[in-house]
Design a protein around this ligand. Structure first.
Ligand SMILES: Cc1cc2nc3c(=O)[nH]c(=O)nc-3n(C[C@H](O)[C@H](O)[C@H](O)COP(=O)(O)O)c2cc1C
Length: 209
């Protein structure tokens, strides 16, 4: 092989390597953009769904939703939460009995009870006062996860309502230190459910009131 052929081969190889590098770079940039768009769409399309089909929700999806809940931000990283997955007829019936006015329990196929644990102490040895906020953040993660999975979900408040709280605690046999913030009812959506557009530029303040 003469020098000219070697130079041509080298040039061709370099061009090919540059092309591969360019394709990889372009793809990774697209991935980041797609990921950002996917997260934005997930949040904007979340909505409360209160009526569900007969389709069961796989246990592994519920476990993933609880995992998402536990990845929420939590004051001083105290994590003062507990989660109860209800996917048996018996457990769901107990929740329905505790909250007879919540129509979601007529059709939901599963529920996750998000609970604060007041026995969990912070770094200074005090019971967490942040548990309602931490559990709320966990609940939102669960709702967004459900949306991403094609599930319908709804936040059903328990705390601080006296017509719900003691009944949910009693039905589920919760210890005194465990306070249910809410029940997220879950199932595959029955019918059309549209997200509400709540965007209001009038309530945004830049750099001061
Ligand atoms: C703190 C809190 C308590 C809620 N409690 C209930 C409830 O008890 N029952 C219910 O059907 N929906 C409940 N929701 C859902 C709201 O009604 C719903 O988020 C609101 O109407 C806005 O609709 P969207 O979720 O579709 O955007 C609750 C939501 C939050 C954040």
């Amino acid at each position: 092989m003469n020098r000219y052929k070697i130079a041509c081969l080298f040039l061709a190889f370099s061009l090919l390597a540059a092309l591969v590098w360019l394709v990889v770079l372009t793809n990774s940039k697209t991935e980041v953009t797609n990921n950002e768009q996917a997260v934005i769409e997930n949040i904007l399309s979340r909505k409360s769904v209160r009526k569900y089909t007969d389709q069961k929700v796989p246990r592994e999806k519920l476990d993933t939703l609880v995992r998402l809940g536990m990845s929420a931000p939590t004051g001083m990283d105290v994590r003062p939460w507990q989660f109860l997955i209800a996917d048996s007829d018996e457990a769901l019936q107990k929740l329905a009995t505790a909250m007879p006015r919540a129509k979601q329990f007529e059709t939901c196929k599963a529920a996750i009870v998000v609970m604060g644990d007041t026995a969990v102490l912070d770094r200074r040895g005090n019971p967490s006062t942040n548990w309602p906020f931490d559990c709320s953040a966990a609940t939102e993660n669960i709702l967004l996860g459900a949306e991403a999975m094609g599930l319908g979900a709804c936040w059903v408040a328990v705390y601080p309502y006296e017509d719900r709280l003691p009944f949910v605690k009693e039905q589920l046999g919760l210890p005194a230190n465990v306070i249910p913030l809410c029940v997220v009812t879950i199932g595959y959506p029955d019918g059309e459910n549209q997200p509400k557009d709540k965007y209001n530029p009038d309530i945004i303040h830049y750099n001061g009131w």
